[in-house]
Design a binder for this molecule. Structure first.
Ligand code: ARG
Length: 635
């Protein structure tokens, strides 16, 4: 648009220049004479001449000779000069007579003039008056000297008269407004892209001219931020109000992208303004009310460096844009999938902001990668379900933990990067917790023969406070937690199992997955399995389980059996043959909902193993959700 406008402007001026060249010496001139001049004019005449010169010119008429029969008011014979039906003069008589226009030429108001020569009947008798001769020429109108009282001067500053026309021009430092009439102070309008610079009001230190509308833009590389430093001599006309000076007629507005613009005025220098932006726009406005002494500032820039973004544990980051660590650089975090993920709604994109900090939606705290629970990278295939205990497969039960407590084999499960859950009876001896150093924790192990490296070490042992089983007959609250000395980094062979969701229930008939390194019946021999085994067992109705225990008591005539409480549940198969067994204590019974395995039970106790009509008894983990969370939080 700007260019188009400039082209038209140029065209306009070149045309008018050309016109000026050819017409600088207007040749429009002519003569008018009465009929038969220089012989006496005939009677009963009415002759009219309509003279016309180009627009922008006037007609200057000089009567060179006049000899018309004189009469009072020239009512007989006359020469009348009119412009636009207005009589400029009516002449008769001779040169030097009263009705003679004299030496003064007649000037038309516009570019036309009418002459009417009229003679009377009474001159029928021979007469000697020869009439008139006149010359006319076009003279340029000096538009500049004309003052229209209604609309003020034609030009706000300089009026240049040209033949047939005029144009306006401005003093140095001003430019002509689009209206071709007003001169505006030419100020601002340019972009400051240097690393530092000086800016001041037009004419500074002289007072600012009225009617200013100056725009200054400071725009430096995005990695830099601009600081404005106003000098002490600052004065912009303001109106005193209760809340301080109000910028009514004059102001300097500072605009920073995405922020409320601020208007400056008054007599006090704003001093330093750190804009924290690489782009700043200044708009200086004055009108003809009041007077501003002006302002001056020096701007400087400084580079922003946010430094390396904080590393993300179990994740990483990618730079999306910008130079590394500099202003407006964007970094995106990611977690090591599929073992870690962000919780929903986490800000993962951080921008290096002007204050030198990596931020995302007002936070400068990097996100955290949360371990993914209950989603092994490999699933036990469906057809293997019906089989009894079989060898475990790699990575299908990555939460299973092999424990060795004082030489005794037991199981457990990973529930967080520092936490193992197991049965309380595994970690107590004679009613007291075992020593941390007596516990060996093997993670990600499927074959005892391949135990390599050192076991994970226990930092602390947390037995449920209400577990109290001095004589081995009370397995109520058979749950315990081990805190590890070092957090685990998860991979496909070590992953946590989910804790039960709030309000989860156990439904009889659901299939649980129990894993362990327990005793195997091999013919008549009972041997400890070297390879991890698993078995799928049904969750059993509480009543079915308690009546099976009652039958056992009667049959064995034995009252010395632990009792079943609601903090326990049973699992197994009515026909027997599938069960957990000695050495499995503390091992997980996992249920699967919505594609995730969760810790439903902990192998606790049973009467023999796998006998028809009997079931294994498991700690009901949902009961202890609050205690588990509290213990993990407080330790
Ligand atoms: N308390 C046993 C142990 O120390 C676990 C027994 C599980 N028995 C069963 N039949 N499910 O390993």
């Amino acid at each position: 648009m700007g260019w188009a406008y400039c082209d038209i402007w140029f065209l306009f001026w070149s045309v008018s220049e050309c016109w000026q060249l050819f017409n600088s010496q207007p040749v429009i001139r002519g003569e008018v004479q009465s009929p038969q001049y220089p012989l006496p004019y005939p009677p009963n005449l009415l002759k009219q001449w309509d003279l016309r010169v180009p627009e922008g010119y006037q007609i200057q008429l000089s009567v060179t000779h006049l000899d018309i029969k004189a009469s009072l008011g020239c009512h007989q014979d006359s020469l009348t000069v009119l412009h636009d039906q207005k009589v400029l003069g009516k002449f008769c008589g001779q040169e030097n007579s009263n009705d003679h226009p004299g030496k003064e030429p007649i000037l038309s108001q516009g570019n036309s003039l009418t002459l009417i020569f009229q003679t009377n009947d009474s001159t029928a008798e021979l007469q000697q008056h020869i009439g008139f001769a006149a010359i006319y020429k076009a003279v340029d109108v000096d538009e500049c000297s004309k003052q229209d009282p209604g609309s003020g001067p034609l030009c706000s500053q300089i009026c240049v008269n040209t033949p047939g026309s005029y144009h306006c021009s401005c003093h140095y430092g001003y430019k002509l407004h689009l209206d071709q009439h007003t001169c505006l102070f030419s100020c601002g309008g340019c972009i400051f892209d240097k690393h530092e610079g000086r800016l001041s009001s037009p004419g500074y230190p002289d007072p600012s001219p009225p009617f200013l509308s100056c725009k200054y833009i400071i725009s430096v590389e995005p990695r830099l931020t601009v600081t404005l430093n106003f000098t002490d001599s600052f004065h912009i006309e303001s109106v005193d109000a209760q809340q301080g000076p109000r910028c009514l007629h004059h102001w300097l507005q500072v605009t920073i992208p995405d922020r409320e613009p601020m208007k400056l005025c008054g007599g006090k220098s704003p001093g330093l303004i750190a804009t924290n932006s690489s782009i700043v726009r200044l708009d200086y406005h004055t009108n003809n009310e009041g007077l501003s002494h002006g302002w001056s500032l020096h701007y400087s820039t400084k580079a922003i460096d946010c430094g390396e973004p904080k590393p993300l544990l179990n994740g990483g980051m990618t730079f999306l844009s910008g130079l590394q660590n500099q202003n407006r650089s964007v970094v995106q975090y990611h977690c090591n999938e599929p073992f870690y993920s962000f919780s929903q709604g986490t800000n993962v994109r951080f921008t290096c902001e002007a204050d030198g900090k990596w931020r995302s939606n007002h936070t400068d705290v990097p996100p955290t990668c949360i371990p993914v629970c209950g989603k092994p990278t490999k699933l036990i295939s469906a057809y293997q379900r019906t089989v009894g205990s079989i060898e475990g497969r790699d990575n299908t039960i990555p939460w299973h933990v092999l424990l060795s407590v004082d030489g005794q084999r037991a199981g457990g499960m990973v529930i967080a990067d520092r936490w193992i859950m197991t049965a309380a009876h595994v970690l107590t001896y004679n009613g007291n917790p075992v020593l941390e150093e007596d516990v060996r924790i093997y993670l990600g192990v499927v074959d005892v023969k391949t135990l390599f490296g050192s076991p994970a070490l226990a930092a602390s042992i947390h037995i449920h406070p209400e577990y109290n089983n001095p004589s081995g007959l009370d397995f109520n609250n058979d749950i315990a937690l081990i805190k590890l000395q070092e957090p685990i980094t998860f991979n496909s062979s070590i992953m946590p199992i989910c804790l039960p969701a709030e309000g989860t229930t156990y439904t009889a008939g659901k299939i649980g997955l129990v894993s362990g390194f327990s005793l195997t019946e091999a013919g008549k021999r009972r041997i400890l399995a070297n390879k991890m085994k698993y078995v799928h067992l049904l969750v059993v109705e509480q009543e079915t389980c308690s009546s099976s225990l009652d039958k056992l008591k009667k049959r064995r005539d034995n009252d010395n059996l632990p009792s079943l409480t609601n903090n326990m549940f049973c699992a197994g198969v009515p026909d027997g043959g599938k069960d957990s067994c000695h050495g499995d204590s503390g091992s997980p019974l996992a249920l699967r909902d919505d594609g995730r395995f969760w810790a439903a039970g902990i192998v606790s106790w049973g009467v023999d193993c796998g006998q028809p009509g009997t079931y294994g008894i498991y700690t009901r983990v949902t009961t202890y959700l609050d205690w588990i969370k509290k213990t993990m939080k407080e330790n």
